[in-house]
Design a protein around this ligand. Structure first.
Ligand code: SF4
Ligand code: MG
Length: 317
């Protein structure tokens, strides 16, 4: 609720704080158990920061995250450490997130040791089981990350996230670094695992086509703000925010008859250190009105759980 995260900007000769970037600006949403919420936006829109702040990998500036009845930002370090068992993260670059000097078996066993789960023999069995569930039963745990392909490394990253039997996994662009053919394999694996382990996902991606099949609902972020959030089919068929519309127009359609106009956004994404007044999208919006330059649109339900922050909604009544 009302999640906010700012980072200081340092500058000048003395390197003191000269300003701040509002990376996540008043973002609110919920995720139901067993659901997949897709979170989409261009790089720098705050989607990764949102994920990391929920996990408290970054300390929040303001707002609140409630997870299974616990207010995460109020937990003491030891309580947060315990809560992390239920919340895990999968990162974009499996190579960077796996210690190159650690054997795969060590990488997978580590979270079990940290959380005091099982004795040495049980942990060893667990590691085998984890490799099995991510489809790597044939590999030897004594090997090192560089001995695996990108897709295999991401499977290892997923196995590591699963090791503590979490309830929620925040996956930050888990397939963005992979070849298209490998992407769908990893996505399918994640969907299978979701069923098998009753997982809830927040799935972060930079384009709408990646999250289409996996998501129950999809949220779109722009310059640190959540601008639209809707049930999946609703968002893809009836986007209400002009930014979502533009993103969707870039997604290839399988049906060549279904012609659609590609909406080209003019101008660059403004600097998050100096976001435009009013609606942050207004300098690039094809539907911009006078009010958009002055007043920030509120994020509200347009009906049926379809939330949008755009003044066009008020105009339509
Ligand atoms: Fe465009 Fe105005 Fe809606 Fe912003 S509020 S998306 S500028 S119409
Ligand atoms: Mg990112």
């Amino acid at each position: 609720r009302n999640l906010k995260k700012t980072f200081p900007i340092h500058g000048g000769v003395l390197g003191g704080k000269v300003g701040e970037v509002v990376a996540v600006d008043d973002v609110s949403f919920s995720v139901e158990p067993g659901e997949t919420l897709g979170l989409v936006g261009e790089s720098g829109c705050g989607k990764s920061t949102t994920g990391r702040t929920i996990m408290r990998l970054y300390e929040p500036t303001a707002g609140e995250v409630e997870f299974a009845g616990k207010k995460l930002f109020q937990l003491k370090p030891e309580e947060m450490r315990q809560a992390r068992r239920d919340l895990q993260m999968v990162f974009q670059d499996p190579f960077a997130s796996l210690n190159p000097r650690q054997k795969i078996s060590t990488i997978l066993e580590e979270p079990l040791i940290v959380h005091g789960l099982g004795n040495a023999k049980e942990r060893k069995e667990q590691v085998q089981e984890l490799l099995h569930v991510v489809g790597l039963n044939h590999i030897h745990g004594g090997r090192y990350p560089h001995q695996f392909s990108g897709g295999q490394r991401q499977r290892i990253g997923i196995a590591r996230a699963l090791s503590t039997r979490p309830k929620l996994i925040i996956a930050d662009e888990p397939v963005s670094a992979l070849d298209v053919s490998i992407q769908s394999q990893v996505l399918n694996l994640m969907m299978d695992l979701q069923e098998q382990f009753e997982l809830t996902y927040i799935f972060i991606a930079h384009d709408l086509s990646v999250v289409k099949h996996i998501s129950d609902r999809v949220g779109v972020m722009y310059l640190g703000r959540l601008v639209e959030l809707a049930p999946r089919d609703e968002l893809y068929k009836k986007p209400l925010h002009p930014y979502t519309e533009a993103l969707l127009s870039a997604v290839p359609v399988p049906d060549p008859q279904a012609k659609k106009e590609r909406i080209i956004l003019t101008g660059d994404v403004p600097s998050p250190a100096d976001p435009p007044r009013g609606c942050a999208f207004h300098p690039r919006c094809p539907h911009v009105m006078e009010i958009c330059k002055e007043a920030r649109p509120t994020f509200k339900d347009a009906g049926g759980g379809h939330f949008v922050a755009c003044h066009l909604l008020d105009k339509q009544g």
